[in-house]
Design a protein around this ligand. Structure first.
Ligand code: SAM
Length: 264
């Protein structure tokens, strides 16, 4: 079988075994309840992955559309949403596709902003996600944005040394682990890059390695706020580390930032 297929299938399964927390989904449900009039919303989740967030939103009565570029992630969402008439999902690249329009809420959650897969300029892709979110919303609609906010990314990303983040066995019997050798971060451009590989063993005992070079741009708070303003958003509420405490401006440490912004 195609090794890329096996690796991507394994990653989707193992990702979900690790990223299975629900507090961020419960937090989002609470924000929608408190800030959006307590009524079912017409929601778009861009980069919905395996439906960890989209499916509970639909179970809570919202009408949900989710899309993702990765078909292995999406297959998990497709399976999970079985029996729910108020959710649909489809495959598309968020950078190049039209996100639709007239949604009440666009959700960019689960740290999507710094996990965009793209061959284009990373910061431009981040800004584009925010602009496309505005285009997909009705006037007065809300963007819900949840991401890692690093006041100073260099100390966090400038680290060398072997580590493994994900390991496990998928539903086809492929077992594996990620091995990372660390990363470096340019403090001026805030571009961080690193090397890692997947060590995989198929269920017939055959082993192989898939290597990856990654890079991402870690946006500053001022950049995100500037992109939101240029796209036509007003900040309505901000939340620090999934609590009611608002973000400082500026934040001086790492925080998990959640922003509810309203389209003007
Ligand atoms: C960190 S995961 C988050 C998934 C989901 N939002 C969650 O919280 O469980 C990031 C997701 O973004 C998707 N993604 C990254 N770049 C994308 C792009 N250009 N277009 C569509 N999806 C993308 C990946 O396939 C992956 O499923």
């Amino acid at each position: 079988m195609n090794r890329q297929f096996i690796a991507k299938h394994g990653y989707a399964s193992v990702y979900e075994q690790f990223e299975n927390q629900t507090y961020d989904t419960e937090f989002l449900l609470g924000v929608l309840r408190d800030e959006c009039g307590g009524k079912p919303q017409n929601i778009l989740e861009t980069a919905c992955g395996g439906g960890r967030i989209s499916v509970p939103l639909a179970e809570a009565g919202h009408n949900v559309t989710g899309f993702d570029a990765d078909e292995h992630m999406l297959m998990r969402c497709y399976k999970r949403m079985s029996g729910l008439p108020n959710i649909r999902c489809y495959q598309a690249d968020a950078v190049t596709s039209d996100w639709g329009n007239n949604f009440d809420v666009v959700v960019l959650a689960g740290n999507v902003l710094i996990n965009i897969e793209t061959d284009t300029d990373y910061a431009k892709a981040q800004e584009l996600f925010i602009r496309k979110a505005a285009e997909a919303l009705r006037q007065g609609g809300h963007l819900y944005l949840d991401f890692d906010l690093h006041a100073n990314p260099a100390p966090f990303f400038n680290s060398l040394g072997e580590s493994s983040y994900f390991n496990g066995t998928d539903d086809m019997g492929t077992s594996g682990r990620t091995v990372s050798y660390g990363s470096v971060c340019d403090p001026v451009t805030r571009i961080c890059t690193g090397a890692r590989h997947w060590e995989l063993t198929q269920n017939n005992g055959e082993s192989f390695i898939v290597s990856t070079l990654w890079h991402k741009h870690i946006p500053s708070q001022a950049q995100v706020y500037g992109w939101l303003d240029s796209a036509g958003f007003d900040l309505e509420r901000t939340y620090k580390n999934f609590t009611a405490e608002p973000l400082g401006n500026p934040e001086t440490e790492y925080v998990r930032a959640t922003i509810l912004a309203r389209k003007r």
